[in-house]
Design a protein around this ligand. Structure first.
Ligand code: SF4
Length: 417
């Protein structure tokens, strides 16, 4: 682990957010008046499942924090950045969220920023807390260079970025991410046979891909190494009215799909969506069809569904935002998560998945509707195990995708190109 003391701090940089229009959404909801979620609140809402004492306590704590953060306007990131150096000897984390024993061990994380300026209120990394200052590692390109060189004969995938957004203002406006891509380009010039590959999972849109630093856009740089890159858009399933609150600085969905088309035009492998988060109460045949129709318009052939997973404190926030628009759906989201017998259904840390019965039924519906659009589904091993999908889904599907990593198949399934 890196020591904070070993970091060298520079001045604060003011950021110009590309999706500035959404910055006040959460603070300006007319008549939004969050409450403390306790047993009485759940009873009034008509919630029929029974949470245990610990779950109730966490819901109460989460509501109390939410109310304070709303009052102090500290729910979404401040557009201010500090640059620091990361010690070059810091190892790259192996990306392996779960303990199934099936996750590939050759995926290394690149996380050039601590924190994330996209500011998702359900953030999978911070559990929706964005009150820490943003820090970018200005020597990250050099750090990447040293790892690429040291691993030049290894079949590693470099995951940009597992714990933050790769193409966000802190990496774009500083040019850090452009320079990381330049390091990959130079690495392949020096080692044409290098097996290193770049795996991108991103909420970026066209604005982000066309963002220039020293004359080069992200797309220009990616187009130098198209056959070494897998580009996966991350697109959740929820109504747009809710999305612009939950993902304040993320690119609009259409811009993300247009970014996919730009990647495809320059020959980058970009045909699978990370469908994350899927918010249970919004799942219906109509919303599923709408979702698949949209992603299909960008030539997507596969999707990996990830239901919203969250800790109970975060649920107190997300539930009340959903309830602002529709109280019946607020009731439904609590019922999907808080039952006593669902409290061990955790993917990482305290992040709880929806009840297994619900998850199984909805995944089967998604599969059926997706297939009617000609799309395949690939599912995380942890999910397969938890809800016993072995009989319903092959590990490697008809389009050659396996779990989160179609790229992994490239090393294991020769017919997937
Ligand atoms: S883009 Fe990812 S890392 Fe960034 S705030 Fe959203 S969920 Fe968190």
């Amino acid at each position: 682990m890196m020591s904070q003391k070993s970091l060298i701090q520079n001045d604060v940089i003011e950021l110009n957010n590309l999706n500035q229009q959404n910055k006040d959404n959460i603070y300006n909801l007319p008549n939004f008046n969050p409450q403390i979620i306790n047993q009485k609140y759940l009873d009034t809402l008509g919630v029929v499942v029974q949470p245990d004492e610990i779950t109730l306590k966490k819901l109460e704590m989460g509501s109390s924090t939410f109310i304070k953060q709303l009052q102090t306007r500290s729910l979404i990131p401040e557009p201010r950045l500090t640059e620091m150096d990361i010690p070059v000897e810091t190892p790259l984390p192996v990306h392996n969220y779960t303990s199934t024993g099936h996750c590939p061990g050759n995926i290394l994380e690149l996380n050039p920023v601590q924190g994330c300026n996209v500011g998702c209120l359900y953030c999978l990394v911070t559990d929706g807390k964005h009150n820490q200052p943003l820090v970018a590692f200005k020597n990250y390109p050099k750090y990447v260079r040293s790892h690429l060189e040291a691993n030049k004969d290894k079949r590693y995938w470099y995951y940009l970025s597992a714990k933050t957004e790769a193409f966000q203002e802190p990496t774009l406006e500083t040019g850090i991410v452009h320079n990381i891509l330049l390091e990959f380009i130079q690495h392949y010039e020096k080692h044409p046979d290098s097996p290193a590959r770049l795996y991108l999972v991103t909420k970026a849109g066209t604005k982000q891909l066309l963002f220039k630093h020293q004359g080069n856009s992200i797309l220009d740089l990616l187009s130098e190494i198209p056959d070494r890159v897998q580009y996966n858009p991350s697109i959740g399933l929820m109504p747009e009215t809710v999305r612009i609150i939950l993902e304040p600085y993320a690119a609009p969905i259409q811009e993300r799909l247009d970014a996919v088309l730009l990647c495809q035009q320059v020959g980058i492998d970009s045909n699978s969506v990370l469908a994350q988060p899927i918010i249970g109460p919004y799942l219906s045949l109509e919303t599923m069809s709408d979702y698949f129709s949209k992603i299909k318009s960008a030539n997507i052939i596969n999707y990996k569904p990830e239901f919203l997973t969250l800790c109970m404190e975060n649920l107190a926030m997300i539930g009340q935002i959903i309830g602002y628009f529709d109280r019946a759906l607020e009731k439904s989201i609590y019922e999907q998560y808080i039952a006593h017998d669902n409290q061990n259904h955790r993917k990482q840390r305290e992040r709880t998945a929806p009840h297994k019965t619900f998850s199984y039924a909805k995944l089967m519906e998604l599969k059926e509707v997706g297939e009617s659009f000609g799309l395949t589904m690939s599912v995380c091993f942890w999910v397969r195990e938890q809800i016993d999908l072995a009989k319903d889904l092959p590990v490697i599907n008809n389009n050659g995708f396996c779990c989160d990593f179609p790229l992994w198949n490239r090393f294991r399934v020769p017919n997937h190109t």
